[in-house]
Design a protein around this ligand. Sequence first.
Ligand SMILES: [Zn+2]
Length: 222
Amino acid sequence: MIDCYGFRNAESPDFENIEGYFVDKEVLPFYNKLKERLAGEGYALRLESAYRPFERQLSIWNRKASGELKLLDASGNPMERPADEEQLMYAILTWSALPGASRHHLGSDLDVVDGNACPEGYEVQLTPAECNGMFAPFHKKLTELMDADETFGFSRVFVPGRGKIQPEMWHIAHLPTSRKRLENFSLAELRSIYERTDIACKSALLDNLERLADDYIYPYFI
Ligand SMILES: [Zn+2]
């Protein structure tokens, strides 16, 4: 198990399993407060993802590169798989983080929805269409609370105008915790991990790593 944030894995005593996902224990009291605050407004804050280890992000990356998982363009529509390795890498990056540099390695970042707005048996996709549809009232309320500084340290990270990752309304981070974890990030370590890992688009990743960091990693160190 490897990642660039201090080599923590799901068995780390820093994590606790809630709602089926591992979350940094430091985040838990704030998550519970936010949940309670939203419950008071009629929304059921629910996790769809939290901590993900390097291996999981690597598997997503490699399966998108091989065509096993579908590639989506910036609008969320399925797209052709580019033959050129660099183009393929950028296509994957539209919706998938660099393995080893995903904020989901931190344990402080959560993908959330409103459980009350989910139709019975509905499988959540985490797409902009859902945020503008069934989860729109939930996100509107969350934005209001964030603007009023009433979200106990949680903020959105992937917002328009920041870096090159598509906006993700559903992705929230407990910033006081993530800032501490990000201190352990090292681009040199990430390069060395890629060199010794069976990762798709390896040469494109290694050739462009500094630029990738400037566009897809550092803008989100907030
Ligand atoms: Zn996320």
